[in-house]
Design a protein around this ligand. Sequence first.
Ligand SMILES: [Zn+2]
Length: 282
Amino acid sequence: MKKIFLALSFVFIFSLSVFAYEPEIKENRAYFPPVIMYHDIKIEAHDKFDVLLEDFCAQLDWLKENNYKTLSMEEFVSIIKKGKPFPEKSVLLTFDDGYSGIANYAVTELKKREMKGTFFIITDMLGVFSTRYVHTTEKQLKEIANNKLFSIGSHTLSHPHLLELNEDDLEDEIEDSKEFLEKLTGRKVLAFAYPYGEFDDDIVKRVIDAGYEAAFAVQNGQLCDYPARYTIPRIYMGLDLCKNNQELFKKYVQDYKNMPPEAFEERFEPLPVDAHFFEKKN
Ligand SMILES: [Zn+2]
């Protein structure tokens, strides 16, 4: 009897610990599919974060040929909320800042291949252009948002360093940008992207309180007490990273789950394909 009791207790404790552990699985980056971060797509690149149209197209083609399924933000959030695993070969494509290259090139190329993408918009910059940066207009964004292949996320009102703001400004940047985009597009804005990838516990809490379902950083952030879906690291694509180096793009996508935190740093120098964090797999 004592043995049976012991055995039952063990089973009971074990099952409790499994249930208690389940949310932990979602705390781990390994739960998420690869998340790619683009900025502008251009014919001729000027900035380090630009991606050439031809490279972008080659990346989309490779994803398609290798049966990767691109997710909309609605699908991404729904899978997390249901606590389901992501399809094995799924990937989330995101584009920050709302440059004109998304309307001119990204949307067209994604549509051609029936692939999905999420655009994180700086609302005050809509329609703003200088010799160096051209942003999409409100009209273009409305058109983009009319297509279910595309999701719109907030990247604040003015792209400030959030860590330097007072409470009121922080609230405006996080909440008003969401409200503005929802009014403009007629769609719910589910996700937020931190400018410069900067956040702390207070900022994350405000993002949750504002009603966002997920938030994206750059680096692999671990200083936060909140669920991992509010600090999802992204693979930073840019001219140096992908010019003539599609192999690196493939490695990032294939090895997202195994990469150490330093692989997510904002990088302005090319990474050699045989960089140390790929050694494990080679
Ligand atoms: Zn940005």
